[in-house]
Write a protein that binds this ligand. Structure first.
Ligand code: C5P
Length: 400
């Protein structure tokens, strides 16, 4: 299952040098499963050809000439009405000004007037043009019409100058598109708290006790919850992954920091998904100076870390649904059953981390969902995103 399956997106591309990034955006949205109908303005056609977009979307890309072709008088209405989302990236000062005034002198502006779907705009232009009162007034008007404006950001500009005006990166725009398309989904109005990644427990200022958790399953849970319309807080241990756009991210290092962050957010959450690999032990006396080899082999004494899930389950104000994860290398089911009961959970997601294609670091997982009601769902090998969707669907069934 792809995240944007059966979603239709009109991607408007207008005449800015950031057009070259629009091809990457079209590709990313297509890879997420969306049907992407690209409309280029005549200025955009100078920068980039429709064929580029057709090649990455597998669908026809439209240009102004199509407005006057055989299907002309209904094309814009059809494109506009069929869309679940209209995204203009890059959006030039000229197009923003036309849209603010309700002008419809080309296929893109006509389509936007005809559309009822949410409108996302990603401005890209030189800094001076962006700052101009006319452009600012257009953006203000468009906001009051309900459009969402994403970017621009500050940095290198094609003029050689540096300043405000760069289009937001395609990955981030795709993230906002997912949040917009997810609104009204099955988790609409729900708050989901996710913990992800492994914790690190300092031995001295340069060394830590860590584990092999990459954060992939937890980040996939956060992204899936956003796609289903939830408000998401992600408490993450150190991870190389970029956080899903739209999630509130709290970064922590140690188990104690993770406990504090999870407890601080748990009372407001409807669902807690505790996917983090929390270190069970920490060095009891971390050295504040680097331990030297000359001092001989050190002995590291350990102290027990708090069990975060257990603490949450004992709170009066706790999420309605508590989900734990059990990564096991042996006796998978009996170990997971034990944790389900001892930690007071509604569900535990059990996986055998000794398999090559499941568990730590890889993009796939094979899990069994064990619920408090005794049900056991053994899922086949799936992407971590697909596992996340299944876990959330099951968690949602407990909420209802
Ligand atoms: O480490 P263990 O197998 O007990 O982890 C099972 C579940 O408990 C996981 O969801 C994990 O995030 C959580 N856990 C926790 N606090 C700990 C250890 C684990 O909340 N100190």
């Amino acid at each position: 299952m792809l995240p944007l399956e059966s979603k239709r997106i009109v991607l408007g591309v207008t005449g800015s040098i950031a057009c070259y990034k629009a091809a990457d955006l079209a590709s990313k949205l297509t890879q997420l499963g969306a049907e992407v109908d690209v409309i280029l303005t005549s200025a955009a056609e100078h920068f980039i050809r429709p064929l580029t977009f057709q090649s990455v979307t597998g669908r026809r890309a439209y240009v102004d000439k199509d407005l006057w072709g055989p299907e002309g008088h209904v094309l814009h209405v059809k494109l506009g009405k069929d869309a679940d989302l209209v995204l203009v990236a890059p959006a030039t000062a000229n197009t923003l000004s036309k849209l603010a005034a309700g002008q419809a002198d080309n296929l893109l502006t006509l389509t936007i007037l005809a559309a009822t779907a949410p409108l996302m705009l990603a401005p890209a232009m030189d800094g001076g043009m962006y700052d101009h009162p006319a452009t600012q007034a257009s953006l203000e008007t468009l906001r009051t019409h309900g459009a969402s404006i994403h970017g621009p950001v500050s940095g290198h500009l094609a003029s050689g100058l540096s300043g405000m005006g760069r289009m937001l990166e395609p990955a981030e725009l795709a993230g906002y598109a997912r949040v917009t398309l997810g609104a009204g989904g099955p988790l609409d109005g729900r708050r989901v708290l996710v913990s992800a990644g492994g914790t690190q427990e300092p031995i001295d200022p340069v060394r830590v006790i860590a584990n092999r958790s990459s954060g992939k399953q937890g980040y996939a849970l956060a992204q899936a919850a956003l796609d289903m319309g939830a408000q998401v807080t992600l408490v993450s241990g150190p991870s190389a992954l970029s956080a899903p756009t739209g999630a509130d991210v709290v970064r922590v290092q140690t188990a104690i920091e993770m406990r504090d962050a999870v407890l601080a957010h748990a009372a407001q959450a409807d669902i807690l998904l505790m996917a983090a690999a929390v270190a069970d032990f920490r060095p009891s006396n971390a050295s504040d100076k680097k331990i030297k080899r000359a001092g001989g082999v050190p002995t590291i004494e350990l102290a027990a870390n708090p069990d975060i899930l257990k603490e949450v389950s004992q709170q009066a104000n706790k999420p309605a649904v508590l989900v734990g994860f059990a990564a096991e290398s042996n006796d998978l089911l009996s170990n997971a059953q034990g944790k389900l009961a001892s930690k007071g959970l509604d569900m535990i997601v059990a996986n055998d981390v000794s398999a090559q294609d499941a568990g730590f670091e890889v993009d796939t997982n094979r899990v069994i969902l064990l619920a408090k009601d005794g049900s056991q769902d053994e899922l086949p090998l799936l992407s971590k995103y697909e596992v996340a969707r299944k876990v959330l669907e099951k968690a949602l069934s407990f909420l209802k």
